[in-house]
Design a protein around this ligand. Structure first.
Ligand SMILES: C[S@@+](CC[C@H](N)C(=O)[O-])C[C@H]1O[C@@H](n2cnc3c(N)ncnc32)[C@H](O)[C@@H]1O
Length: 206
C-alpha cells in the first residue's frame, strides 16, 4: 500500500496514468464513476462539499468550477499542491484519514461528502467507523458518495483477483457489498451499493 511519499511520487503523472488505464483493473470505468458522482451532486453552485482523498482534484475541480465550496483531506503534499493550483479557494487539509476526522472539520457541516479511489486504504472495521464519523458532518439532507474498487460479492472479488494476478494489490482492502452494507446497517446507517464496472462500485449513504 502506498504511503504519502508514494503518492507524492505519483502526483505529477497521476492524471495521465489513470487516463491510460481507465479500462482495466483497478481503474476500469474511472471516468464513468467520476461522472456518476459529479451528476449525483444537485445544484452544484451552492453546495459545500468535502472530498476525502481528493488527489489531484480530477473530480472536485469540476464541482469547484461549477461554484461548489470545496474542502478536502489528503495526506500527500504533492497531490494537495496540484489540487490547490486547480482550486485556489479550496480548503485542503493534509492529514492521514486513518486518524479520523481532522479537528478543523469537526464543527463543519457538508451537503455532500465524496470520495473516489481512496477508502480502500482503511480496514473494513475502520471504513464503517470512519463512515459513521463522516455522517455526523452531514447537513440534514446531505449524503455521502463513495466510489472505489469494490464488488457485490466475495466471489466477484476473487474472480477479479484471478484475472489480474500480475497487478493485484494485496495490501488494498476493497469493499464487498455483502459485507459492508450489513456492517453499516448494524450501526444504523442505511447504504445503497451500485456496481459501475468490472471492479468499481459506488456506496451511497443518506
Ligand atoms: C488513487 S488516489 C485517488 C485520487 C482521486 N480521489 C481520484 O479519484 O482520482 C488516492 C488518494 O488518496 C490519498 N490517500 C490515500 N491514503 C490516504 C490516507 N490514509 N489519508 C489521507 N489521504 C490518503 C492519496 O494521497 C491520493 O491522493
Amino acid at each position: 500500500m502506498l504511503d504519502n511519499k508514494g503518492f507524492d511520487l505519483w502526483a505529477k503523472e497521476y492524471d495521465k496514468s489513470v487516463e491510460k488505464s481507465s479500462n482495466e483493473y483497478p481503474f476500469d470505468g474511472y471516468y464513468e464513476v467520476l461522472n456518476y458522482v459529479y451528476n449525483s451532486v444537485i445544484n452544484k453552485e451552492s453546495k459545500k462539499i468535502l472530498d476525502v482523498g481528493f488527489g489531484t482534484g480530477l473530480l472536485t475541480s469540476k464541482l469547484y468550477e461549477d461554484g461548489a465550496n470545496i474542502f478536502g483531506i489528503d495526506f500527500s503534499k504533492e497531490m494537495i499542491d496540484i489540487a490547490k493550483e486547480k482550486m485556489p479557494s479550496g480548503v485542503f487539509i493534509q492529514r492521514d484519514f486513518n486518524l479520523g476526522i481532522p479537528l478543523e472539520l469537526k464543527s463543519e457541516k457538508f451537503d455532500y461528502i465524496i470520495s473516489s479511489y481512496a477508502i480502500h486504504h482503511l480496514s473494513n472495521d475502520k471504513k464503517v467507523e470512519f463512515i459513521a464519523q463522516l455522517k455526523d458532518l452531514l447537513n440534514e439532507n446531505g449524503s455521502i458518495i463513495i466510489a472505489d474498487v469494490a464488488f457485490r460479492t466475495e466471489e466477484n472479488l476473487l474472480k477479479c483477483k484471478r484475472e489480474n494476478l500480475n497487478k493485484w494489490d494485496e495490501d488494498e482492502i476493497y469493499m464487498v457489498e455483502d459485507n459492508v452494507v450489513p456492517a453499516l446497517y448494524k450501526n444504523n446507517i442505511k447504504a445503497k451499493y451500485t456496481q459501475i464496472s468490472s471492479c468499481v462500485g459506488i456506496l451511497e449513504i443518506y
